[in-house]
Design a protein around this ligand. Structure first.
Ligand code: FE2
Length: 369
């Protein structure tokens, strides 16, 4: 039976890096000297942007929100906290993250391919310390990630620069002629009492929240198809189990984020044989080029994703995911929810895998015959 997805639906799920739309006034600090020149991107889901001008590439709810920030050297994103998980992925450049109510509790330097999950409630900020423009992807947990809580000094510093943040999350840009509505309540800083409840975390503790690309330790046989021609790949568990079928693949963090996250590495012509799943899945390219073919034999269409391109793969559709670039490919995979999605492999993959000595038990765990 042919798939029900139309080419039109398929296309809107492919989000090219060049089609991301920057918002230069997404947050209250957007005009504060030192924090201006930020570009924020709301890519999948509404995110936490305070701007009414934002463009969302794909509005459909995924159980998480996917966004990005681009900043030139020396520009800071101000101290703030979230009630849901916030995970950063460095796509380009070198970044200094720092945290604590005044930003001095600790810091960490992140490079390309590094991933950082910052615990909820902690006030966090970051700056581009690389030689040129930097680019970060950011995932927030849940469909509704709530509002940003700004450190009190951030709200004070923003005063007089023309932006006013209301309790309902709206950002009013008075320099653009917008007016604070008569019924609008301006955000007041978090109280001393609430500030005293914010947990503290040392740099050493926080280092456990960071996936260092350079120090990555591969897991070789995580999936049913791993011994088939074109199925060789290394995988790295970062948040939760991801979709790994092997029971022994470790993961950096196992606490709940509302999504799971993993990295896959493959050489030319390798990747995932066709499988489908009922869970929402978003992939984005860290390095190389990746071809996504839909349908058991690619009959539903295919697309080649380049660096920083993103795709939300339709649910319940077979997908082959293949590294097709000359250099080693690295692909990040986000799956909605904390539970491991059940991969349903194309029937010929299951029978071919059996000949390589591998099968899945009733719990979808990988076993040797
Ligand atoms: Fe944030």
């Amino acid at each position: 039976m042919l798939m029900t997805i139309t080419k039109e639906e398929y296309k809107k799920r492919v989000i090219r890096f060049e089609n991301l739309v920057a918002d230069r006034a997404a947050f209250i600090d957007a005009k504060t000297p030192g924090s201006d020149k930020k570009e924020n991107y709301t890519i999948i889901g509404p995110g936490v942007s305070e701007s009414s001008n934002r463009v969302i590439n794909l509005e459909e709810a995924h159980g998480f929100n996917f966004g990005a920030a681009a900043m030139p050297n020396g520009i800071k994103n101000s101290l703030h906290s979230h009630l849901t998980a916030e995970v950063f992925i460095v796509a380009k450049g070198t970044w200094r993250f720092f945290w604590g109510i005044d930003g001095t509790e600790g810091e960490a330097i992140l490079k390309e391919g590094d991933v950082f999950s910052i615990p909820t409630l902690i006030f966090r900020a970051f700056e581009n310390i690389g030689a040129d423009d930097g680019f970060l992807y950011c995932i927030l947990g849940e469909d509704n990630p709530g509002k940003v809580t700004w450190a009190p000094q951030v709200l004070r510093a923003a005063e007089g620069h023309g932006l006013v943040l209301l309790e309902d999350g709206r950002l009013i840009d008075t320099t653009a002629g917008q007016e604070v509505p008569v019924d609008g309540k301006v955000v007041t800083p978090i109280s001393e009492e609430e500030l005293s409840k914010v947990p503290k975390i040392s740099a050493e503790e926080m280092s456990k929240q960071i996936f260092r690309f350079q120090d990555r330790v591969p897991h070789q046989e995580s999936y049913l198809d791993c011994r088939l021609p074109g199925g060789a790949k290394k995988s790295y568990g970062i948040l939760g189990e991801g979709m790994a079928e092997a029971v022994d693949r470790p993961s950096l963090l196992n606490n709940k984020h509302a999504f799971t996250f993993e990295l896959v590495e493959a050489e030319l012509g390798n990747g995932f044989h066709p499988f489908k799943q009922s869970t929402k899945q978003v992939v984005f390219v860290q390095k190389g080029e990746w071809k996504i073919s839909l349908g058991e034999n690619g009959e539903e269409g295919e697309v080649v994703l380049k660096e920083k391109d993103i795709m939300s793969i339709p649910t319940d559709v077979y997908r082959r995911i293949e590294s097709v670039g000359k250099e080693t490919g690295f692909l990040f995979i986000i799956n909605s929810g904390d539970d491991r999605p059940k991969l349903e492999w194309a029937p010929e993959v299951v029978s071919a895998a059996r000949k390589t000595g591998l099968y899945l038990n009733e719990n979808n765990r990988l076993l040797e015959l």
